[in-house]
Design a protein around this ligand. Structure first.
Ligand SMILES: C[S@@+](CC[C@H](N)C(=O)[O-])C[C@H]1O[C@@H](n2cnc3c(N)ncnc32)[C@H](O)[C@@H]1O
Length: 502
């Protein structure tokens, strides 16, 4: 059962910082279990997490069908293992939540029932507010049985006094057509005729006669006292039927906030192949989904945390809505993609000096040393190198035909059009080897790739190159005019190319 916290941590505003006790506008790279332990108790207003699910469809950590995915498959071989992986992390997330805070856990049918049970134990059954059902796709015709087209988002709060801003859903066109049938001839505004009275009599002011109409005799009462009805009438808000029937209230469409939002969300499409916000990662969630959650459960300058933040959708939504934010992700690739997104989409600078005076953002704990880069899984290392060069990593790690990524020179990039990248012919292959020393056979293989693809330039990244390898690169240039640029990790780190381009 959830333990009650005695004192909420005080968050005072100091120069450039919304909170005196923790840093915001920070992306932390690392296992969230470790990173969360560094945060104080009761400091976060809103937490959203979208961890890798316990399902084949969503097991990928970041990139879909990859080596990394298989590693994760093995780790969470059963639902039990998945829940045990999540439990200590959710305990930490509960610890850092403010007393007025809210927590959203995004998952799907594979593990949702087990997740709910675990969260009930950590937050307390009574702190469960609702299960949001997000319709993320339409059914596929080829499935036997009922199609799974929804995700579940469990919403818990730390206590009963949580931040809540009512969200509304706009009316459908059909509802507007059928309900708001009248049009004001002067303003052209749509309105509906609503009842001015309610069932049953009242002894107070709303039971008094008004304009000669005795509502009590009709076993009803006015919805407002007569003095307010007079004001409404003088503003033209009362409709008087010609035959002396009961007057009615003109409810204008533009004054109606819409339907209060319920827990079934069918109006937010998943990121499609043509979506303008699409970054190309299979687990990316739509900004509209996060916008809605953040608006409902936080206020401006509140602190939003996403501890599995992927390509940073929650952080972008938080920034756009003037919230403070903290992101955590174990994948350096995800952190760099996120940083690029903050720069490109939010126009924020990744700059320590600016961050200190309350602008810009920083990425912390990235493995920038050679030692740390050696320890990365091969897939992460390849991504690091390709992105550091400003290239696009090859997502198909199996059968990549010797190409780990491609650089499209800026001069060759035509006006951005969906799907066009595949057809651009000016690109340079990147080959990455997480080896101490690349030898001549590695270069021979890459030369074969360059010949096969008919490329004039290619990049080869590793920790070092043997002298044989370097001589072969020169001989290849003399023979074919094609150049291979050999880059060591040290070259990249020294020049801080990665920092600038990522
Ligand atoms: C499903 S994705 C999140 C996608 C995100 N909601 C978005 O819209 O981009 C899950 C993320 O959790 C990260 N992750 C997995 N295990 C983690 C851990 N122990 N600590 C921090 N991040 C982790 C993965 O690297 C991945 O980027």
């Amino acid at each position: 059962m959830a333990k009650k916290k005695t004192a909420e941590a005080k968050t005072a505003t100091v120069a450039g910082k919304p909170s005196a006790i923790l840093d915001t506008r920070v992306i932390y790279c690392g296992d969230n279990l470790e990173q969360l332990k560094k945060l104080p108790d009761n400091c976060i207003d809103l937490i959203y997490i979208d961890p890798p699910f316990n399902s084949n469809r969503n097991y990928e950590v970041f990139w879909g069908e990859t080596k990394e995915k298989r590693a994760f498959d093995d780790r969470h071989a059963s639902t039990h293992a998945y829940i045990e992986f999540m439990r200590p992390r959710c305990v930490e997330l509960h610890r850092v939540l403010k007393e007025t805070g809210s927590f959203y856990f995004h998952c799907d049918w594979h593990a949702s029932h087990y997740v709910k049970q675990m969260l009930d134990q950590i937050f307390g059954e009574n702190q469960f507010q609702t299960e949001l059902i997000w319709k993320r796709t339409t059914a596929h015709g080829d499935t036997r049985g009922y199609g799974h087209i929804t995700d579940s988002i469990f919403f818990y709060t730390f206590s009963d006094s949580f931040t809540w801003n009512r969200q509304n859903r706009p009316y459908s066109d059909e509802h507007i057509e059928s309900s708001y049938r009248q049009v004001d001839p002067e303003t052209g505004k749509r309105f509906m005729l609503a009842d001015l009275t309610g069932a049953g009599t009242r002894n107070g002011e709303t039971g008094l006669p008004w304009k000669g109409i005795d509502v009590t005799a009709k076993n009803r009462h006015w919805i407002r006292p007569p003095t307010e009805l007079d004001k409404m009438d003088s503003k033209g808000l009362i409709y008087w039927p010609p035959k002396g029937d009961m007057p009615r209230y003109k409810k204008f469409l533009d004054e109606d906030k819409g339907m209060p939002l319920d827990n079934i969300w069918t109006d937010i499409p998943a990121i499609g192949s043509q979506s303008s916000e699409r970054l190309g990662y299979p687990t990316q969630k739509p900004l509209a989904l996060l916008d809605r959650i953040i608006k409902a459960s936080s206020n401006e300058n509140d602190i939003v945390l996403d501890a599995f933040c992927g390509c940073g959708t929650a952080l972008v939504a938080a920034e756009n809505l003037n919230r403070q934010w903290i992101g955590i992700d174990i994948s350096p690739t995800a952190c760099r993609v996120m940083a690029k997104r903050m720069r490109d989409v939010c126009g924020m600078k990744e700059d320590d000096k600016l961050w200190r005076i309350g602008r810009g953002f920083v990425v912390r704990d990235l493995p920038w040393s050679e030692k740390k880069l050696r320890e990365l899984p091969p897939f992460e290392f390849e991504n690091w190198a390709v992105i550091a060069l400003g290239g696009i990593p090859n997502k198909a790690q199996v059968g990549d035909m010797g190409i780990d990524g491609r650089i499209y020179p800026v001069s060759a990039v035509p006006k951005k059009q969906a799907g066009e990248l595949e057809f651009m012919d000016v690109w340079y292959p990147i080959q990455v080897k997480q080896k101490d020393k690349v030898g001549r056979p590695d270069i021979d293989n890459f030369e074969a790739v360059m010949m096969r693809e008919d490329r004039t330039k290619g990049f080869f990244v590793s920790f070092d190159f043997s002298s044989d390898a370097m001589s072969e690169i020169q001989a290849f240039f003399k023979k074919t005019g094609k150049s291979i640029i050999a880059l060591t990790v040290k070259d990249i780190l020294d020049e801080q190319i990665a920092y600038k381009l990522a």
